[in-house]
Design a protein around this ligand. Sequence first.
Ligand code: GUN
Length: 283
Amino acid sequence: MAKIIDGKAIREFNLDKIQEQVEQLKAQGILPTLAVIIVGSDPASRIYVNNKKAACERTGMKSLEFALDEETTTEELLELIDRLNADKSVNGILCQLPVPKHIDKNKVLERILPEKDVDCFHPENVGKLCIGNGGLVPCTPMGMVKMLEYEGVDPTGKHCVIIGRSDIVGKPMAMLMLARNATVTVCHSKTVNLAKITKQADILVAAVGIAKFVKADMVKDGAIVLDVGMDRDENGKLCGDVDYDAVKEKASMITPVPGGVGPMTIAMLMRNTLTAAKIQNDL
Ligand code: GUN
C-alpha cells in the first residue's frame, strides 16, 4: 500500500518557512501585500478567496480584497488593475477565475504587471518559465514539486506522465519537471492508447477534471501518483481524478483528495507574494 502524501502537513511546513521570511522582511520595513480581485458571486470562488486571505494572515502578510459586482466591465477591471500596478505598497495582484463571460479574461491577465503576477499567468512569466529563469512560478504545479521535494523524490531520469494539457496545470508542470531533469510526456483527451503511456509513468500527474478517471490498471507498480482533481463522485462526495482506493494499493506514494495537492496551491501563492515583495525591493 502506498505512502499517503499529506498535503496539509507539507503546506504547514512551507507556510512556517514563509512566515519566518515575512518576519525578516517586516523587520526591514517591508510588508508583503497581496491584492485579490473577485468579480461576481460564484460560491466556489468566494471560498477560494477567503482561504487566500486566511493564508495571508497565517503568514503575516497583508491582504486587500476588491469584490466587484457581476456587471463590472472589462474597462473598469483594467482601471482597477492599473491602480494596483501603480501602487508601490501592493506586491502581488490576483484576479480570481473564472470571471463573468462578458469580461475579456486574457486582456485582464495580461494587464497585471509581470512582477506582480503571483499566479504566473502573464505571457512574459510563462515564457520565463519555459526558459527556466522565472522568479514567480505557477502555484499548483510548484505545489507538486514541493511535495516531491519534501518526500525526498528526485525527478531526475524519471518518466513523468501528465494527463491534462491546461495552461494552469498540465503545461507548466511539464516545464517544471523538465527543469528537474525528468523525461516528460503530456497526454490529453485525444491521446491514443492512454493507458499504455500512463503505465510507463514513474510519476503520474492526473489533471483531467474527471472523477476517478485513473484506474488501477493504468498505473505501474510503485508509481508516485499526484492527483490535481477536485471532482464529485456519484454520491456528490468530493474526490479526485484518481480511483484512489484501488490505485493506492499499487502506487508507492499517492496524494489524497481532499488534503493532497489542493492545500499546496495557496501555500505557493504565499511563496510567490513573498518572492514578488523581495524582487520589488531589490532583495
Ligand atoms: N481559479 C481556480 N484556480 C485559480 C488560480 O490558481 N488562480 C486564480 N486566479 N483563479 C483560480
